[in-house]
Design a binder for this molecule. Structure first.
Ligand code: GDP
Ligand code: MN
Length: 383
């Protein structure tokens, strides 16, 4: 679960990180009066749960309350990466001498958190990571020992921070690490952490992503969920208990088991297709869950074909096939459906699908199913 910048800043502030905090507003008039109270220049910042707001026109400086009202009106009418901007953060604008990046994520391969810092922070950090990754300094943190002073010092030196700022940088890094651990976060990031012309460090942006599996320990954080920010599909999936991740391709995938779902996505790509989603419908493949899942997949107008890849273990394939047919009766998709059922009673299952009259394309192997789905998506008439 992602937190908004203003929410993340409040948390960071509790851990002693100096933040440019500000106030949230939903109308241009409110922004104007906040700008009057705070004194200009102010910065008006779209609060949407995606990165790259600056590049999308969602972050603007204003020299007068009048200008703040105008830029707020523009930002509040934006959609950034498909999400409408409903709130903005208004803060006293800071002067920037240098933008630094400081963040923590879990490094799964190393099985511990990694703290990263760069002297080239700001909106181009992804570009820095791609083109000259050596400009990003890293330290791995042993969770039993914690973040050590020598580690923050080596980051500070590694990014060429003036010695006068080493102590404050260390405090900020420790605060960031503690907030990351205590919130059960999977990411905590300050980009940019700026050096002002007065020579002090200040967090101008803040981002926390919470690990959903740890949310039950944090009812106060769980309450921060902004349901306005979930796409309708994400919400429906969460409520139905499905793991569903929307992707950019055109082949909808309905699979039981996360590992099989990933393998299915890989093989679709191997045969030149692009999966439209990751979806694990879980064990049992009950008809109502299959129906919800299929509706979710079909709600995406880009989907041109659907691939069912069901591994029937204890679940019998003929039962699953009946489930699929009853769902098709109800949902009646107008795009090709490819189904591969393997396991107990698979021949009966295939027979049920083939004689259902819905033109379901069946396949025996995963490779065959993926190739048929890719071909079906290429020739599908849906637009
Ligand atoms: P993001 O694009 O979603 O990461 O949003 P940020 O909050 O990081 O803002 C993007 C960029 O806007 C920053 O890298 C800064 O260059 C600039 N910016 C943000 N706040 C301020 C501010 O208070 N003063 C100035 N001068 N620039 C700012
Ligand atoms: Mn940023």
């Amino acid at each position: 679960m992602k937190l908004h910048e203003y929410q993340s800043k409040r948390i960071f502030a509790r851990y002693g990180i100096p933040v440019q905090e500000g106030e949230v507003a939903t109308t241009p008039q409110e922004v104007r009066s906040l700008a009057e109270q705070m004194g200009c220049p102010v910065v008006v910042k779209a609060q949407v749960l995606v990165g790259g707001r600056g590049k999308a026109g969602g972050i603007k400086l204003a020299r007068t309350p009048q200008e703040a009202e105008e830029v707020a009106a523009r930002i509040l009418s934006l959609q950034i990466k498909g999400l409408p901007v409903r709130k903005v953060l208004v803060a006293r604008a800071a002067d920037i001498q240098q933008e630094i990046y400081l963040g923590i994520v879990v490094d799964r391969a190393a099985a511990r958190p990694v703290m990263m810092a760069s002297s080239e922070g700001g909106v181009e950090i992804e570009e820095v990571a791609r083109t000259h990754p050596e400009a990003i300094k890293k330290v791995h943190i042993d969770p039993f020992v914690g973040l050590r002073g020598y580690q923050t010092l080596s980051l500070a030196k590694g990014i060429g921070l003036p010695p006068a700022l080493h102590r404050d940088f260390g405090r900020i890094a420790q605060g960031l690490y503690r907030s990351f651990v205590e919130c059960d976060a999977s990411l905590a990031e300050i980009n940019p952490l700026v050096i002002t012309p007065e020579g002090v460090l200040l967090a101008l942006d803040a981002k926390i992503v919470l690990d959903d599996n740890g949310l039950f320990r944090h009812p106060d954080l769980a309450e921060l969920r902004d349901i306005d920010e979930e796409t309708p599909s994400e919400r429906a999936a969460r409520e139905a208990g499905l793991s569903f991740v929307q992707l950019d391709g055109d082949i909808g995938c309905m699979v039981n088991g996360a590992g099989l779902a990933m393998a299915t996505m890989d093989i679709i790509q191997h045969f030149g297709g692009m999966p439209a989603n990751f979806l694990d419908i879980g064990g049992g493949a009950r008809a109502d869950r299959v129906a919800t899942a299929l509706r979710l997949i079909l709600a995406d107008p880009r989907v041109k074909a659907v691939l069912f890849n069901i591994f029937g273990g204890i679940t019998r394939c003929d039962e699953v096939a009946r489930g699929i047919v009853s769902v098709l009766e109800e949902v009646r998709p107008n795009i090709p459906i490819v189904a591969r059922l393997v396991g107990t009673n698979e021949a009966e299952g295939r027979q049920i699908l083939e004689s259902s009259g819905y033109g379901i394309i069946t396949a025996t192997t995963l490779a065959e199913a993926a190739q048929k789905a890719v071909a079906a998506a290429t020739t599908s008439a849906r637009d």
